[in-house]
Design a protein around this ligand. Structure first.
Ligand SMILES: [Zn+2]
Length: 460
């Protein structure tokens, strides 16, 4: 027994020496402890979610959020805080949408829908038509104009529950929401209803961006999401009565682009200030909830990374820069403007790390980088072990930092437990009360640890 203990501890210390640097182990522990005991992320998110709320691009709330973030960052004694101007789309939902299923004249059941972002309105008196159900865009060609013209196309593709990674299921199903209207319009559909991208059966419709592609203005048709419960109801009623009619009324509108801003702040590097390590998230959100998970959590975690690294007057070797991107949800205009400025100034980014998978328990990171940098990062896994951070995969980064491809050595995204994310995503269910304080704080510390390691140990 004794021999065994000695052997184990000997092996452990050899392992520790080979893999870890004690000073770094201690510093990472300080980052986690500070985030969990004196963290600011949760209070910041409370204010962003509850005092400002949903902050769709081009809205007054989006401008208030920018002002709030700038003020908070100015209070952190960073080296610089500034705004980068960017033009963003302005789409307004208008009065709340209304829909019903009419099984026979005058016999209706109300159902919950919401307009998809970018959609046009229905006529002001609404629109009533027969419905044709499809599982996805691929089904449209089989039905053809004969069976689609004059009808509402109901896209009832589900998020595949056999996918363990919720984001894989989302990626496989999102096309019907994004391109469904443009494709159905080509066959003469008068509107589209899209099943909400949500694993769960509930009554909340989930919005999200859609696009008409190059469809001319006069060919565009209204697009709305329907809650999963009501998608099930509509589908079963259609089986019994294929002649039922659906009524939809929405008054959303696209306006000309308006001026907005990316919020940027940084701590200047002491040895190689020209090398930038970026942390970021998107400050805009959809309008239905208060955007606490998507992406308020990422915003406050990224802000907390700078505060944690400033803690105890730590001076990084490289410049640590925070970017709160405008307009991720319906245009990515903030990320485009930032990426263009990086190219123009020929700035070097060592790492660009984004948080946009909700404020859930962090599991690790997804990377988009060359094998040699990835292997270096993999050698840091022991530092994360005490915090249950184990996921290190080469599987893409995030929508905003992805545009820095070619200008950053490593692109990365914080990855959380994704099982509950799509219950909240883009719906009324995305609210501050759905945030767990410790999970949020662990995410901030996990990001700070990766930034710290990249800064201290380098990626080469
Ligand atoms: Zn997001």
């Amino acid at each position: 027994m004794k021999i065994k203990i000695v052997l184990v501890s000997l092996c452990f210390s050899i392992y520790l020496n080979a893999q870890e640097n004690k000073e770094i182990v201690n510093q990472i522990e300080i980052l986690y402890k500070e985030s969990l005991t004196n963290g600011k992320s949760y209070n910041w998110l409370d204010r962003l979610s509850n005092q400002i709320g949903g902050r769709l691009s081009g809205s007054l709330n989006a401008e208030r959020a920018i002002q709030w973030a700038e003020e908070e960052l100015n209070s952190l004694s960073l080296d610089s805080v500034w705004l980068q101007a960017v033009m963003v789309p302005k789409w307004v939902r208008g009065t709340f949408e209304y829909a019903n299923i009419e099984s026979s004249p005058g016999n209706t059941i109300n159902v919950n829908i919401c307009a998809l972002g970018g959609s046009i309105a229905t006529p002001s008196i609404g629109l009533r038509a027969n419905v044709v159900e499809v599982k996805g865009i691929d089904n449209l060609a089989q039905l053809g104009e004969e069976k689609i013209k004059g009808k509402i196309v109901f896209f009832n593709g589900t998020m595949q529950s056999n996918q363990v990674d919720g984001f894989d299921a989302y990626a496989a199903a999102v096309n019907q929401r994004y391109s469904g209207a443009a494709e159905a319009a080509k066959y003469g559909a008068v509107a589209v209803i899209v099943r909400s991208l949500n694993f769960r059966l509930d009554n909340y419709p989930h919005t999200g961006v859609m696009s008409y592609g190059d469809l001319p203005l006069n060919k565009r048709i209204p697009a709305a999401a329907i809650s999963t419960n009501h998608a099930e109801l509509l589908s079963s009623m259609l089986t019994l009565n294929p002649k039922l009619r659906f009524f939809i009324k929405q008054s959303c509108k696209n306006y000309p682009d308006v001026k907005s801003y990316n919020v940027i702040a940084q701590i200047k590097g002491s040895e190689s200030p020209e090398n930038i390590i970026l942390v970021g998230a998107h400050l805009d959100s959809w309008d239905l909830g208060d955007g606490a998970h998507d992406d308020g959590a990422g915003v406050v975690q990224s802000m907390e990374v700078l505060r944690l690294l400033r803690f105890k007057n730590f001076r990084p070797k490289n410049t640590i820069r925070l970017v709160l991107f405008a307009n991720e949800e319906n245009g990515l205009m903030g990320a485009k403007a930032y990426a263009e400025s990086v190219k123009k100034k020929k700035e070097t980014h060592l790492l660009a790390l984004e948080s946009d998978t909700g404020g859930f328990t962090p599991r690790g990171f997804s990377f988009d980088t060359r094998d040699k940098y990835f292997n270096k990062i993999l050698s840091w896994k022991p530092y994360f072990k005490p915090y249950f951070i184990h996921l290190f995969e080469q599987k893409g980064s995030g929508a905003d930092v992805n545009l820095l491809k070619g200008n950053a050595m490593v692109l990365a995204g914080l990855r959380t437990d994704s099982q509950r994310y799509f219950t909240h995503h883009h719906s009324e269910m995305d609210t501050f009360d759905q945030i767990n304080k410790r999970e949020l704080e662990l995410g901030a510390a996990t990001m700070a640890a990766l930034v710290y390691l990249s800064d201290q140990l380098g990626l080469e």
